[in-house]
Design a protein around this ligand. Structure first.
Ligand SMILES: C[S@@+](CC[C@H](N)C(=O)[O-])C[C@H]1O[C@@H](n2cnc3c(N)ncnc32)[C@H](O)[C@@H]1O
Length: 203
């Protein structure tokens, strides 16, 4: 009879990727300010998804200090692509730009200060959009993400177990514009550690 490990959370915490110094620094910076960041498992997942897709144009909504940007930016650097990362707070943008520059990712990442709800919806054509702003805005941002993704592009939404993401989750499932799966996951060092993530392909 196959058996599951006795304490899955402890076990998967051990298996979480080791954090590089830059990741730890940024996570600490964010923690000191009470800014939640995605953690190493979600970071590696985003990096992996970009690489598997051969993504060259990535959009991030919600930069904060640039922790998640680090993972997406590394994939863009190696693909000679570009990451556009948007945050509504100028102080966050300034800080993230400095952090990315220090990691040699300044040429691969453009950090722009804007409210994601007001982005121009022209020719987005992004391969992947990572949505990680306040969940109160998720529903309003569904059309923005949809317009800015290319057909077949991937939307990754973080924190979908939050109550404020409910209407967005239902729209993604029933709206007919995406093929979506919503996962309740254990993501070591995420905030909170058990959270939901939605992966959705634009039809
Ligand atoms: C959870 S933090 C992002 C964390 C980051 N993705 C990481 O894991 O390192 C959310 C960020 O979204 C920004 N934000 C919230 N609402 C926004 C909006 N409507 N447009 C742009 N940025 C927004 C906040 O300023 C904050 O920095």
């Amino acid at each position: 009879m196959p058996r599951v490990v006795a304490d899955p959370e402890a076990y998967f915490r051990i298996l979480a990727p080791e954090r590089m110094e830059a990741e730890l620094d940024l996570a600490l910076q964010a923690h000191e300010r009470g800014v939640p960041v995605i953690g190493p498992v979600m970071g590696r997942l985003l990096e992996l998804l970009c690489r598997v897709m051969g993504a060259g144009r990535v959009l991030e909504l919600g930069t904060a200090v640039g922790y998640s940007t680090l993972f997406l930016g590394r994939a863009m650097r190696d693909a000679r692509g570009l990451l556009l990362s948007v945050d509504m707070h100028e102080a966050h943008c300034r800080e993230a730009r400095g952090n990315l520059e220090r990691e040699g990712l300044g040429d691969s990442c453009l950090v722009v200060c804007a409210d994601a709800r007001t982005l121009p919806l022209g020719k987005g054509n992004f391969d992947l959009v990572f949505l990680d702003v306040d969940q109160r805005y998720y529903l309003e941002l569904e059309p923005v993400c949809h317009a800015l993704l290319r057909p077949g592009g991937l939307l990754v939404a973080d924190n979908t177990s939050f109550v404020d993401a409910h209407a967005f989750n239902v729209l993604l499932r029933d709206g007919g514009r995406f093929d979506a799966v919503n996962l309740f996951a254990f993501l070591p060092n995420h905030a909170p550690e058990q959270d939901g993530i939605c992966l959705a392909r634009k039809k």
